[in-house]
Ligand binder design. Structure first.
Ligand code: FAQ
Length: 314
């Protein structure tokens, strides 16, 4: 079929599929720019899930009870699962998983800025669930309608699991807020440290976001970075009130004319620094990933040998 169609016909067919809000599927022809953008976003997303296991994973051995340990272990395992669906989705576009992992380890592909901050107390586990998973859901629910089928479908399951993660984080914080003054202080301290980095998860402001316009036209992204950031702020303020914590922003106030909360200026130089590798934990996170990859070499070799043996005997 492809042999009989010109590049122009293929492009028209692609544009029509997008205009009709239909899905692009793995064997469909796509412009090279679309393929590159999709691989970039999916790979960064997959890397975020895998690197994102580290900040919370560090607390598994120090969880305050068996119940909290079991919950945290399950959550961190879920993040690993998300990474694996996403690498599989990237593979449907011709990317190679081993190559993507190498690019992450070599610092040639990004992962979310948020995972370059340290987790200093167990309250951070709760705040990551509430704010980081909360921001992730806000950003990812619209991606369930993303134009690339395998990515959109992976996102449906991921969002269901992230919603569960968010609730467990909020429940943990509620429990701590009902505890001692020292526990309440730990929660407030964690909120103070994670609030601004959570807002940065949505990416640079729209006027400084080189990819948004193209990704919106291709219906990869359904909303701009600033639209989703505002949605997240509007969602979080009443949740903070119910929890009894203060969000660390003196400019945060309801604006009746806009029907949204106004919020203070984000330190974009910090986001740039963290994205370019100079955040508090970038070197540690990547080094840990590199070591885990090297330590796992024998598992990959054994799995490949087993698969080859099964192919031979089939
Ligand atoms: N961190 O032009 P834009 C999770 C990069 S949730 C690092 O606006 P775009 C769940 C951007 O890639 C976190 N880099 O880019 C979890 C681009 O770089 P490039 C993961 C950032 O793509 C919870 C450049 O800056 N979620 O893991 C960031 O249109 C708890 C210019 O930016 C996703 O990945 C940042 N914050 O919009 C796990 C969601 N922001 O490649 C464990 C899917 C921007 O041109 C525990 N991704 N950059 O050199 C997206 O929705 C989009 O890619 C955005 C960025 C919105 C992140």
């Amino acid at each position: 079929m492809t042999g009989t169609l010109s590049e122009e016909d293929l492009e028209t067919h692609f544009e029509r599929t997008i205009a009709r809000d239909q899905r692009i599927e793995p064997r469909d022809w796509v412009p090279e720019g679309y393929r590159k953008t999709m691989v970039r976003q999916i790979a960064q997303h997959a890397h975020s899930e895998i690197i994102g296991m580290q900040p919370e994973g560090a607390w598994i051995t120090r969880a305050p009870s068996l119940r909290r340990k079991a919950i945290l272990l399950a959550k961190v395992q879920d993040e690993a699962g998300h990474g694996l669906y996403l690498y599989s989705a990237a593979e449907t576009l011709g990317a190679d998983r081993a190559d993507l992992t190498q690019k992450l380890i070599d610092g040639k592909q990004k992962y979310s800025s948020i995972f370059n901050y340290p987790t200093l107390s167990f309250a951070d586990v709760g705040v990551i669930g509430w704010l980081v998973d909360g921001a992730a859901i806000c950003n990812q629910v619209p991606l369930c309608r993303s134009s690339f089928g395998p990515y959109a479908r992976a996102m449906i399951r991921i969002c269901k699991e992230e919603s569960f993660h968010q609730r467990q984080g909020y429940e943990l914080l509620m429990t701590m807020m009902r505890g001692t003054p020292a526990q309440r202080e730990m929660v407030q301290d964690a909120v103070n440290r994670w609030w601004w980095p959570s807002l940065m998860m949505f990416g640079p402001p729209d006027h400084d976001s080189p990819n948004t316009e193209r990704s919106m036209a291709w219906k990869i992204k359904r909303h701009t970075n600033d639209e989703l950031r505002q949605r997240f702020v509007d969602m979080s303020v009443p949740q903070a009130e119910a929890l009894g914590v203060t969000l660390p922003d003196p400019d945060l106030k309801w604006n009746a004319d806009r029907g949204h909360y106004d919020f203070g200026e984000i330190d974009w130089s910090e986001l740039k620094r963290v994205i370019s590798g100079d955040g508090p934990c970038n070197a540690e996170r990547v080094e840990r990933r590199r070591k885990a990859h090297e330590d796992g070499a024998w598992v990959r070799e054994a799995a490949a040998a087993y698969a080859a043996k099964r192919r031979e005997s089939a």
